[in-house]
Design a binder for this molecule. Structure first.
Ligand SMILES: [Mg+2]
Length: 383
């Protein structure tokens, strides 16, 4: 069989091949083409109210995120998810998002509210700690390397009468309690009756507020031994301080910041000295600094097979986009972080206004994340 090509067809095929090759990770030492320049921009996406609403994708998020990958599935544009949410390890969240969005997301691309708790490993690695919140708070901390961690669910079961309302909570069945106690007694992380809790980490939104506030007041007032004399308050960390967030319900829901206010208000009323705590999460500028560093690492992994043009130097971005739905958290945070951050506000979550937000105006307001990605790529001269 013979094929005949016109000159223009050959040229367009060569161009097509070249454009495809440019998207592939490879070594450039034997390549006839120069490496494409390192991307000068990166994107951080909030999750709740931007990418998903409840548990379903919103605002054309699968299509938007897929545009950031090459046809062969390799990452084309450096991006990450920057959420105040959490409750599961980054690896698990990455695989959940991969399935939802139809792309391959690495755990490095998932920065959750509690991700910076890793940095506290030096201080608490071998200390008894309690992890609070929905999901798998103890697994999150164990995966970070903390050795003596108990979830507040498990911790509370060692103190039978600590929650006088437990018998009225229909969701706590005897069967579950017995099963849990049986497994726990085999491998307790530490002796809760003699070892003082040194740190409390609120990983995600607490589920049983009344019990958690009671048990936390006990731990924090007694210096880590409920039912004992008063003692110095153990360290307390919150993964975020969101007062409200957008879930599946049409109106915003109370978040971790609301729980913090409830706990603090009660603690300060029953205790002599006020509650001491540290809150992480957006809008703290530290979170944006950290995201910039992680995006730099992502660029390095994208180019690891190539000749490094600026080996050993931190990657510098000319623009970093924060795409969020919450003016107080996402936009305020990007504004506080300053350059190179550029804020993009969507109307799919907390913000539903026609124009810009009055108190925390974004650099750009769009309807959906799909529109956000479209505008960013156009602005950067891509496609
Ligand atoms: Mg949000």
């Amino acid at each position: 069989m013979r094929f005949r090509f016109s000159v223009s067809a050959v040229r367009s095929r060569a161009e097509l091949l070249r454009s495809q090759l440019d998207l592939l990770p490879r070594s450039y030492s034997h390549s006839p083409f120069p490496p494409p320049p390192r991307p000068s921009f990166g994107i951080a996406f909030d999750i709740d109210g931007v990418i998903i609403g409840g548990s379903a994708p919103i605002g054309g998020s699968p299509q938007a995120i897929q545009r950031l990958y090459a046809r062969d599935g390799t990452l084309r544009i450096p991006f990450l998810f920057l959420t105040n949410g959490g409750g599961v390890p980054e690896s698990k969240r990455a695989s959940q998002l991969s399935k939802l969005l139809g792309v391959n997301i690495s755990p490095l691309q998932v920065v959750q509210g509690h991700t910076p708790f890793r940095e506290l490993l030096n201080r608490f690695e071998d200390e008894p700690i309690v992890a609070v919140g929905k999901g798998e708070p103890d697994t999150v901390m164990s995966e970070y390397g903390f050795k003596k961690v108990l979830s507040i669910d498990e911790y509370a079961t060692y103190f039978p009468d600590i929650d006088p309302l437990a018998p009225f909570k229909s969701w706590i069945t005897n069967e579950t309690c017995n099963k849990k106690s049986a497994t726990m007694s085999v491998h307790p992380s530490y002796d809760v009756y003699s070892e003082r809790v040194k740190g409390v980490f609120v990983i995600s939104d607490p589920v049983d507020w009344s019990r958690d506030i009671q048990v936390l007041c006990d731990i924090l007032r007694t210096g880590g031994l409920p039912g004992q004399e008063k003692g110095d308050q153990p360290a307390l960390y919150f993964a975020s301080d969101d007062l409200e967030y957008q879930a599946a319900f049409p109106a915003e829901r109370l978040g971790m910041g609301a729980f913090r206010i409830a706990l603090e208000s009660i603690f300060n009323t029953v205790n002599d000295s006020p509650l001491k705590y540290t809150s992480y999460g957006k809008p703290n500028p530290f979170v944006f600094k950290n995201a910039e560093a992680v995006l730099g690492k992502i660029v390095s992994t994208m180019h690891q097979n190539k000749e490094m043009t600026n080996k050993g130097q931190a990657h510098s971005f000319s623009t970093l986009y924060m795409v969020g739905d919450n003016p107080k958290v996402d936009i305020n945070g990007a504004r506080k972080a300053g350059r190179p951050w550029f804020s993009v506000l969507t109307r799919t979550g907390v913000f539903k206004g026609k124009d810009n937000h009055a108190q925390f105006p974004a650099d750009l307001v769009v309807d959906t994340v799909e529109e956000a990605v479209d505008s960013i790529l156009k602005k950067e001269g891509i496609e």
